[in-house]
Structure formats: C-alpha cells, structure tokens
Design a protein around this ligand. Structure first.
Ligand SMILES: *Cc1c(COP(=O)(O)O)cnc(C)c1O
Length: 361
C-alpha cells in the first residue's frame, strides 16, 4: 500500500553511531548531550532564542497553555488535527471556533474578532499544511484585546514568512516531531516562546517543576525528550533540505498533472510566504461523493490517500455546543491529501494523477 506519507528513516549505521555513544555515556534522558545539541541546532536553524524539546507535540500545546496561564475561552480553528482542540479541552479550557478562509484553510481573523469577549484569554491558530496563517492580523487582534497568541506549527517545520521563521510570530508556537511529520524524532515536539522567563518556567514544568536538589518551585508534569529521540532528530537534520527539495518537485509534478482539471481546488499559499516544506498535497473536490469515489478507486490500486482533516472539529462529541462552521465542514467533507514522500516512484505518481483526473473530470 502506498500511504499518504512514509516515515523517513536515516541510514541505520548513522543512527547506530549515536546509539553507541548513548550506551558509552550511560545517559539516556534528563537533558543529555543529544537533547542539548538538537535544541541548539534547531534554534539556530529557525533563528529563534527559546526553543524547548518535549516528548511530543500534544504536550507542547498543553504545557504552553499552562505556562501562559490561559483561562476560560480559547478561540481556535475547526480545521486541524484533533490535538489542536483536544489539548484545549484537556487543560480545562473551552474551545470557541472561528471559521476558516475557504482558500488558505487557515482561521479567518474577521471571524475571530466577532467571538472575542471578556472570557477570551487566547487565540490558538494553525499553519494548516504548513501554509502560514494570517499572522499580522492575528498579532493585531491579540494586541488590541490583550490576549495571548499561540500557533500550532506542527506542519510548519522550516516555513518562512517574509524571510523570517514562522515560529517567530505570536507569544509562542509548537512543533510536532511525530514519525509522520517531515522532520521527526520518532515521537517528539518543541515549544518556541518569545519571553525567556516563560521558557524558564516551561523547562521546569516539563520535569515535575523540580528546580534542583531539594527544590520544587512549580507544578509540573513529565514530558521530556530522551536521548534516543534526539539522536533520531540529529540524523534527520543532516539532509532535511534535500528532502524538502524532493518534495517540492513532487508538488510541481502534481500541479502539472492537474493543470487542465478545473474540478480540483488547491490550497492558496499565503502571500509573503518565502519557504515551505511541501509535506502535504491536499485537493478539494466538488462533492463528498467524489471523495468517496476517488478514495475507493485509489484504494483498489494500492494507494491510500487520507481525509486530512475530517471531521471539522466543531463536530467532536465534546465540542457540540459550538456553532456550525459551514466553510470548515464543507472543506473537511471534500478534502483529500494525496501521497507525498521523497522516494514515491514516478509511475505511482502518474497513476495517482491519471486516476484523479478520470474520476473528477
Ligand atoms: C501531529 C499534530 C499534532 C500532535 O503532535 P504529536 O507530536 O503527534 O502529539 C498537533 N497538531 C497538529 C496540527 C498536528 O498535525
């Protein structure tokens, strides 16, 4: 089966070199040398100051909400992976959805402003499929109403907006390094924050709030990254740019293959975007029935596209008090992500293109 993505693994020998060093040192977690090295390298790569590695991207969201003392209502997007919403509910906060832009699939700032009230403490937005959301408009709103601004940047590894890392906007951003993401540490994630004092608090929080021998200063949890995870990340950093370039070429081939097909809608990339990672290739079809038809036909040919993201999150059983999100649910019903990974064979790519054209045209 050709899946929507394929976990990238480094050369085994390269990983084993790191594993040997871990065995030599005997230090396998609690800010070992590879976690420190990966933090430093990622901070440099993104040109950000306060980057903290964690055990996964969901904890990154949850810890960031706590560290920023969020309360009450959080305005967020209904069009994302479920963790964007479930993390809010898990922390005892209330998600209030604002609908998305039908072309970029990112949260619409005008819809946000209508929902801000005295209970609102933050906006949690998503750079959907790595497409930068409306960062300037969102920063304007966050300043105007004195609320926090957080970006779930799980898809936005290496993404730049106006030649600046997308991670440098807002009060903080989170990354996911899950095995299915372009850059991964098996499981893993990171928080990036503007305020060094918040960063200090996060470092304590992810290790039980323990400040040192005999000293516990804050409430904490345990969600540290370990050395085996960091070693995987260090291996993957070595050729990340080559891999992004290969994915860019796959995108170009898809776009060329669908050039004459006016029944497919593509994600509009935000003006001002200067670097993308090409991890996903979403297409939006005319109807939900077409999605089922295309998925069945691709499945029969050994190809497994995915409905990212379905369902629209206001339909979650624990969010049903929210208003209907007509644009998000319409996109969620009609979207399909086609396979993208570096070594996808050309004949498979051509097969996907010709099946998609024949079903939709
Ligand atoms: C993958 C993902 C997460 C969760 O990250 P994990 O590392 O799997 O916990 C959160 N938000 C979005 C948008 C994601 O795609």
């Amino acid at each position: 089966m050709i899946n929507v993505t394929k976990t990238y693994l480094p050369e085994k020998e390269k990983y084993i070199e790191y594993i040997n060093k871990i065995f030599d040192s005997g230090w396998i977690t609690n800010r070992g040398q590879f976690v420190l090295e990966l933090e430093e390298k990622l901070g440099k790569l993104f040109d950000v100051n306060n980057l903290i590695l964690l055990s996964n991207g969901t904890y990154a969201l949850q810890v960031l909400y706590k560290a920023l003392n969020l309360t009450g209502n959080i305005i967020t997007t209904p069009f994302s992976f479920v963790a964007t919403t479930s993390s809010i509910v898990w922390e005892g906060l209330t998600p209030v959805f604002a609908d998305i832009d039908p072309n970029t699939y990112c949260i619409n700032p005008k819809e946000i402003e209508k929902r801000i009230d005295s209970k609102t403490s933050a906006i949690v937005a998503v750079h959907v499929f790595g497409n930068p959301c409306y960062v300037e408009e969102l920063e304007y709103l966050a300043n105007k109403y004195n609320i926090k601004l957080i970006f779930d940047a799980a898809h936005a590894f290496q993404v730049k907006y106006n030649d600046k890392s997308i991670l440098s906007y807002g009060d903080g951003s989170t990354l996911s390094f899950h095995a299915t993401k372009i850059f991964h540490t098996i499981e893993g994630g990171a928080i990036i924050v503007k305020d060094p004092e918040i960063a200090r608090r996060i470092r304590l929080m992810i290790n039980f709030g323990i400040e040192g021998y005999d000293k516990i200063t804050d409430i904490g949890i345990n969600c540290k990254m370990n050395e085996f995870q960091a070693a995987m990340g260090l291996c993957l950093l070595e050729n990340i740019n080559e891999r992004i370039e290969k994915r860019r070429k796959i995108h170009t081939l898809y776009l060329e293959g669908f050039r004459d097909n006016s029944n497919i809608q593509f994600q509009k990339i935000q003006d001002g975007t200067t670097s993308l990672n090409y991890s996903y290739f979403p297409i939006v079809l005319e109807s939900e029935n077409k999605v089922y038809e295309l998925r069945d036909m691709l499945n029969k040919n050994g190809i497994n596209p995915r409905r990212y993201f379905y369902p629209s999150l206001e339909q979650l059983p624990y969010c049903s008090q929210n208003l209907e999100m007509s644009i998000s649910s319409s996109i969620a019903n009609r979207i399909l992500c086609l396979p993208v990974f570096e070594d996808i064979p050309n004949e498979i790519l051509n097969k996907i293109i010709s099946i998609t054209n024949s079903v939709t045209q």
